[in-house]
Design a protein around this ligand. Structure first.
Ligand SMILES: [Zn+2]
Length: 407
């Protein structure tokens, strides 16, 4: 290893205090999307832009209009440090968070950054403060040490990840040509404790609402009614069995390796115990392996429902609440995957594995552009939970891993 790299690694190890102070600047400024009852990212973005201006050669702001928030904009920030070559290593972060949830489950105030040894607590420190901190800390070190990286380093701090990315990465991917095929695109927004999980693929997501219409009656005279709740239970079981039987392929890239079809939420039906409900509504959350076409899955569902209606003398309404068809996976042999694996091996000493997940990230918008983004970081997966935390030692080792690719 060259001398400059050794020095860079040594400096990375000294960044603990800087990382904590950085968190203390932006975690207290809430950034909730309007769907979560918040006012968007405007205030947090203002602070982050001010910080980024200190360390990056150039900071751009791309505002997306949104009438639902007081500022009327959802800001996206891009900080860049010029490298020797034209290609770019991207760190894509998001600055919005989910709400803190039940406060009584937190041991500290979620909007004050609390440090306990290696652990830093707060809502949004991991999801996705970790990515923000990684990008800014790298830029700061490059600037301070006057090092020109091999390629450009760009940190994209985006809006609106938690509720769909319509005002964030999805918008940028559609309307701006920010990314080139030779770029390395890291999305530090999920990972495991070893830092050995590289997410390269996602399942399709399908959320459905089923409303069974029967006939209300007194519970003591069931023959006068058609029990919609009971029928909904039977229909749920039919759907569950049919879908699992028909779409039973395994793909070991994914964890879990199968398609999942889960019956989840129900809506309130009648007020009292002694009434047979005439209407019952339930939901299904389906995560479907990429080999299956979602139109075909919908056909199967509609057939099951039709047969059920005829057999049980009831009516069933099927509505799609959310549908996100998956795109091609990131190429496992792409430069990004190869370089990241090499860096993880060199820094953390572990063999990283590529993996597909059931949850949706905004990597899919970039995959649909024929880019090869990877979702990766080192974390204990505390996102969205009470007592969300990051570990400084993980952040330091992630910084070294990214620096390995940059220098
Ligand atoms: Zn996230």
């Amino acid at each position: 290893m060259e001398e400059v790299h050794k020095n860079f690694y040594k400096e990375i190890e000294k960044q603990g205090d800087f990382i904590i102070s950085l968190y203390k600047e932006f975690i207290p400024i809430k950034a909730l999307g309007p769907e979560n009852g918040g006012e968007g990212e405007y205030e947090r973005a203002k602070k982050l832009k001010e910080i980024m201006m200190k360390y990056f050669d150039d900071v751009k702001e791309i505002d997306v209009e949104d009438d639902r928030v007081p500022s009327k904009i959802r800001p996206n920030l891009i900080g860049t440090i010029k490298g020797e070559k034209e290609n770019t290593l991207w760190i894509i972060a998001h600055m919005d968070t989910v709400p803190e949830g039940d406060r009584s489950l937190w041991k500290y105030d979620p909007f004050k950054v609390n440090v306990e040894g290696d652990y830093i607590y707060g809502r949004g420190v991991e999801d996705d403060g970790q990515a923000i901190v990684l990008g800014i800390a790298l830029a700061k070190l490059l600037k301070e040490m006057k090092i020109k990286p091999k390629m450009n380093l760009s940190l994209l701090v985006s809006a609106d990840e938690e509720t769909g990315s319509k005002y964030g990465v999805s918008y940028l991917a559609k309307n701006y040509q920010l990314f080139k095929s030779e770029d390395i695109i890291l999305i530090p927004d999920a990972g495991n404790s070893e830092g050995s999980m590289i997410e390269v693929a996602e399942k399709s997501i399908l959320w459905l609402r089923f409303t069974v219409i029967g006939k209300q009656a007194h519970a003591s005279t069931p023959e006068k009614g058609i029990n919609a709740h009971f029928l909904a239970m039977l229909l749920g079981i039919n759907l569950y069995n049919e879908l699992h039987d028909k779409y039973n392929s395994k793909n070991e890239l994914f964890d879990p390796p199968v398609s999942t079809f889960e019956i989840t939420k129900v809506e309130k039906n009648v007020e009292n115990i002694n009434t047979i409900p005439g209407k019952h509504t339930f939901y299904m959350d389906c995560r479907i392996l990429p080999k299956y076409n979602i139109d075909e899955v919908m056909n199967t569902i509609n057939e099951v429902v039709k047969t059920f209606e005829e057999k049980n003398n009831c009516e069933v309404k099927v509505e799609i609440v959310n549908r996100e068809d998956t795109t091609r996976p990131t190429d496992e042999n792409s430069e990004t995957v190869k370089k990241l694996k090499e860096a993880i091996k060199a820094v953390k000493g572990v063999d990283a594995k590529v993996l597909g997940i059931g949850g949706g990230t905004y990597a899919k918008y970039l995959r649909s552009l024929d880019l090869n983004p990877v979702v990766w970081m080192t974390c204990d997966e505390t996102a969205h939970s009470p007592n969300e935390y990051v570990r400084l030692s993980y952040i330091i080792s992630d910084l070294k891993t990214i620096a390995y690719m940059l220098l």
